[in-house]
Design a protein around this ligand. Structure first.
Ligand SMILES: [Zn+2]
Length: 234
């Protein structure tokens, strides 16, 4: 019944109307394909930074992405707010600052959620571009084109990496260390830095952070070497 009526209606269409209908369909298809291509181009630009000027926003608007040489990064950007993500443009990247959480046993997710919660608690200004967890998982909280509140006077020209640790010694697990070497080495490669540009929070303020690398200079020297070796391999 339905079929018959349809055919009847179609046969009554004038040639002109049929042509107009075909034209509409073709234009519709072109429009859909165009939007897809535009979307794809935008996505690729977000991932690679190609076509952008100034500091490269390596990961905004993406989720769970992986780049060659980078460890897997889970992008969970903080809600913009004046306490942890003030959205101040990071005009230049001259270094990478390593931190430890000073909260033994806490996870990357818990530290992320703490930063996120500062918009409500308003207890302090704090955040970090990246957090590396006890199992080596990486969460990105702030795009690399914006300030994080992590490294005092160097907030204006550095990226920050916060590392979880299992106990009071501040020593990182092997998994955390491996991800830290990869992430730092990849960022050096990505932003044209060397391991000489990788510093401790201690080097900025004298604070005992990251504790293990402050108290074990040899481990810090080795870490920088591992970062350089990794960056050179990319
Ligand atoms: Zn620190």
């Amino acid at each position: 019944m339905q079929h018959k009526r349809k055919r009847y209606r179609y046969s009554r269409m004038t040639r002109k109307r049929r042509r107009a209908q075909v034209r509409r369909r073709v234009m519709g298809t072109v429009a859909v394909v165009g939007v897809c291509v535009l979307g794809l181009g935008f996505g690729v630009r977000q991932l690679t930074g190609i076509g952008q000027s100034g500091p490269v926003d390596i990961q905004a608007d993406t989720t769970s992405v992986q780049w060659e040489g980078a460890p897997p990064i889970n992008v969970e950007l903080l809600t913009p707010n004046e306490w942890s993500r003030p959205q101040i443009a990071l005009q230049q990247i001259n270094g990478i600052v390593i931190h430890y959480t000073a909260n033994p046993g806490s996870t990357a997710q818990q530290n992320h959620d703490y930063f996120e919660g500062l918009k409500d608690s308003q207890s302090t200004k704090a955040s970090s571009h990246f957090i590396i967890g006890l199992d080596g998982e990486v969460i990105q909280c702030i795009p690399s084109s914006e300030w994080a509140y992590a490294s005092n006077s160097r907030n204006s020209d550095t990226l920050s990496i916060e590392c979880c640790h299992p106990d009071e010694s501040g020593q990182f697990t092997d998994a955390t260390y491996q991800s830290l070497v990869q992430l730092t080495g990849w960022l050096c490669h990505r932003f044209g830095l060397s391991s000489e540009d990788v510093i401790r929070h201690y080097d900025v303020t004298g604070k005992d952070c990251p504790k293990y690398f402050v108290e074990h200079e040899d481990a810090w020297v080795q870490f920088r070497q591992d970062v350089q070796d990794y960056a050179d391999s990319l």
